[in-house]
Design a protein around this ligand. Structure first.
Ligand code: ZN
Length: 78
C-alpha cells in the first residue's frame, strides 16, 4: 500500500473553525455541522479509541466521500 494512503497529508485536514463552530447557530445547526462533512455534507464516520490508563478518549471523524479527516479531538474521561 502506498504510504500516502495510510496517513493523509496535513493539508487534507479541515481547519477546526470550518469543521466545527459550536458557538454559532441553533442547536440543530451545531449538531448538523458536528456530524456532517463541511465540504460535501455527507455523514461523517466516527471512530473512538479509549485509553483507560490515561483516561483519554480520542474522537476521530472522517468523511468517507471526500476521504479527509475532518476532526480529531481528545476527550478527558471523568
Ligand atoms: Zn465530504
Amino acid at each position: 500500500m502506498d504510504e500516502r494512503n495510510a496517513l493523509p497529508p496535513e493539508e487534507n485536514k479541515i481547519p477546526l473553525k470550518e469543521g466545527f463552530s459550536p458557538s454559532t447557530g441553533t442547536a440543530k445547526d451545531v449538531l448538523a455541522r458536528y456530524s456532517h462533512c463541511a465540504i460535501c455534507g455527507a455523514n461523517l464516520h466516527f471512530t473512538y479509541v479509549t485509553n483507560f490508563a490515561t483516561n483519554l478518549t480520542e474522537e476521530m471523524a472522517k468523511c468517507l466521500e471526500c476521504n479527509v479527516k475532518a476532526r480529531h479531538i481528545v476527550h478527558r474521561l471523568q
